[in-house]
Design a protein around this ligand. Structure first.
Ligand code: ADP
Ligand code: 5GP
Length: 211
């Protein structure tokens, strides 16, 4: 489809733990294969089945500190006792190459991104209810009982931040949530303030065609 903007756009997906960011993000990237995913750096130990360089870049805390000092992360935050950050070089390279990129990061990181890249598009994923969110955190089974309870508690605070985002999408039925995220990506590429009109510029210069 003809697209009047060739800029790569930065999309940020946040939402409380267990709301379905990973699930929605994966499904969205299946629908939009040109949407790249930024693999974050973390000091959290890998969960069973997680792969270094695929799910996260797993690093020790001193290496993470060094990355901050060297300006290698474009945002970072402490979440549930571990550090998480977005590698800067990868994101900037893709945006320069006109490729869209998706960050799945927490609310603190999302606000940092919006400050540094005002053109970034932020999406907040909401659960259909707190009861359902609790079920999802428990069903996923990746946390201890205490860790799951902590995530559920901070989810209730995070939900109050939804109005600060450009878009808020309820992840009730997965296919509908993904459809709405896809609609945001498509709509943002049609924003008139982002548009360039190269094909018309060439014609406009040939005035005799107009007369
Ligand atoms: P997050 O990345 O936000 O922490 P996950 O993507 O890991 O969340 O999803 C948490 C759990 O909820 C997983 O077990 C996932 O299969 C389930 N889940 C995600 N979206 C839905 C949905 N729309 N309906 C029901 N379960 C869902
Ligand atoms: P998890 O440990 O469950 O994978 O992630 C915990 C939280 O950290 C989630 O809210 C996730 O979105 C967030 N997170 C993952 N990567 C990053 C990142 O690079 N930066 C920030 N700020 N948060 C991240």
């Amino acid at each position: 489809m003809a697209d009047l903007t060739d800029a790569g756009l930065l999309f940020v997906l946040s939402g409380p733990s267990g709301v379905g960011k990973g699930t929605v993000g994966r499904a969205l990237r299946k629908r939009l294969p040109q949407l790249a995913y930024s693999v974050s750096v973390t000091t959290r130990p890998p969960r069973p089945g997680e792969r270094d360089g695929v799910d996260y870049f797993f690093v020790a805390p001193p290496r993470f500190q060094e990355m901050i000092a060297q300006g290698e992360v474009l945002e970072w935050a402490e979440v549930y006792g571990h550090w998480y950050g977005t590698p800067r070089a990868f994101v900037e390279k893709l945006l320069r190459s006109h490729i869209d990129i998706l960050l799945e990061i927490d609310t603190q990181g999302a606000m940092q991104v919006k400050e540094r890249y005002p053109d970034a598009v932020t999406l907040f994923l909401l659960p259909p209810s707190l009861k359902e969110l609790r079920k999802r955190i428990e069903r996923r089974g990746t946390e201890t009982r205490e860790a799951a309870a902590e995530r559920f508690r901070s989810a209730q605070v995070e939900l109050t931040l939804a109005p600060r985002y450009d878009y808020a999408i309820v992840n009730d039925r997965l296919d509908e949530a993904v459809r709405r995220c896809e609609a945001v990506v498509v709509a943002e590429h049609c924003r008139s303030r982002r548009l360039r009109f190269p094909q018309y510029a060439a014609e406009i210069n040939r005035e005799e065609d107009i007369r």
